[in-house]
Design a binder for this molecule. Structure first.
Ligand code: PLP
Length: 406
């Protein structure tokens, strides 16, 4: 990249792309194979392939890292949330954001709970406590909050609402490993929190999930629940799942967890570089981090104001793709507009959710993103902005190239 790069013609207008090799959204930060090899060999030699000493060691390490008394390892965050709904016997309605990944809602629907979607704050992209309170009905059994993109939900206000109305407060903490609230890791708030270890997360086991709770009874039920409902004597207590974690996944996840502090500080540094540069680009803004909180930056979200930026979100994406920069539109469509929920869930107008869905784009962010890549992404945004009127005209002329974001 030359120093005049930002002044050069953007790739979407036939300039030279910033990156010759596409920059992927995610690049898992994994331990070296040599760090795993001996234990993997030992797992194979022992023949103990699932729910064994490595799973237990992961649970202990995670409980310590999260400062929570009990952690139960499961096969995914989704299965953990399904088991939470089952073990807490949730029924009736569960209040949650629509601006989230579909699994927040599908996990509740599996237990027969009706999702009640409420709007999110346009800046933090998390639940608005007042709207949660207004949505409570005689058949509400729980509030399901999300630490969206790693930005902690308004835990204190939600906790006081849950206490006042005697509701369970559970967290889809899929993005939450590495986030803090009041200088402590998120994980202890509410009845339970469920973390994801899928490959796009800061800590990964390949696949997997961790349920954190202060309740010994709930942890015991979850352990039976992940094993079909079997407490160990083959007298099934309730309909459970096979949501066990294999020893291989647990080994990888534990090594990955040990790298979490390094991953978070590197992502926070990259996020700060993005934030500083984007603050100077009219028409773009970034997710606001909640008070008294830090984010894991599982994702880095940019919100486009079409009038000020000169391009729609989808035009910007197209221009970034031409530069060799992969992006995602989390979450478009929002869950209340998805086929499974459009006609079955309960919701009123969700203007912030719909506006965010239309205008948000997530940039690539890795746990170790080299400076030249960070600078290239920033310079690409700058030159796209500088050439916005021309790009807009060209994309509109080539009708059909522009994705419809409505
Ligand atoms: C907010 C949220 N909840 C739940 C999930 C599902 O996690 P898993 O793939 O571990 O089931 C994801 C996946 O990315 C997510 O983003």
């Amino acid at each position: 990249m030359t120093t005049s790069f930002a002044e050069d013609s953007p790739a979407v207008l036939d300039g030279v792309p910033c990156f010759s090799e596409p920059i992927k959204m995610v690049r898992p930060f994994l331990p070296a194979f040599s760090e795993l090899a001996e234990d993997m060999e030992q797992i194979v030699a022992s023949g103990w392939l699932t729910n064994g000493p490595h799973v237990r060691a992961l649970e202990e390490a995670a409980a310590q890292a999260l400062d929570v008394p009990h952690v139960v390892a499961v096969s995914s965050c989704t299965s953990g949330l399904m088991l939470l709904a089952q073990c807490l016997d949730l029924e009736g309605e569960v209040i949650l954001p629509s601006f989230t990944f579909m699994a927040s809602a599908t996990s509740m629907a599996w237990k027969g709970c009706r999702p009640v979607f409420v709007d999110v704050d346009p800046h933090t992209t998390n639940l608005i406590p007042e709207q949660v309170e207004q949505a409570i009905s005689p058949i509400t059994s729980a509030i399901l909050a999300v630490h969206n993109f790693g930005n902690p939900a308004p835990c204190d206000s939600l906790e006081s609402i849950a206490d006042r109305y005697n509701l369970h407060l559970i967290y889809d903490a899929a993005h939450g490993l590495g986030s803090t609230h009041h200088r402590r890791p998120v994980g202890k708030q509410g009845t339970a929190q469920c973390f994801s270890l899928s490959p796009t997360k800061l800590v990964t086991g390949g696949e997997g999930g961790l349920v954190a709770t202060s309740s010994a009874d709930l942890a015991k039920k979850l352990r039976a629940g992940r094993d079909y409902g079997n407490p160990g004597n083959y007298d099934c207590l309730f309909p459970g799942l096979n949501a066990r974690m294999s020893e291989f996944h647990a080994l990888l996840a534990r090594r990955s967890l040990a790298q979490l502090p390094e991953a978070v500080s590197s992502r926070q540094k990259t996020a700060a570089q993005f934030q500083q540069a984007i603050a100077a680009i009219p028409g773009l803004r970034t997710q606001r981090i909640s008070p008294n909180s830090t984010s894991s930056y599982k994702d880095f979200a940019v919100i486009v104001d079409e009038m000020e930026f000169g391009l729609t979100r989808d035009m910007l994406r197209q221009a970034l793709t031409a530069e060799g920069i992969d992006t995602r539109t989390y979450y478009d469509p929002p869950v209340h507009k998805q086929t499974a929920f459009r006609n079955t869930a309960k919701y009123k107008d969700l203007p912030h959710t719909e506006c965010l869905s239309r205008n948000i784009v997530c940039l690539p962010l890795w746990s170790h993103m080299p400076d030249d890549i960070v600078e290239g992404i920033i310079a690409s945004l700058q030159r796209i902005k500088q050439n916005a009127p021309l790009i807009r005209t060209q994309l509109i002329e080539h009708e059909g190239l522009v994705g419809d974001s409505s």
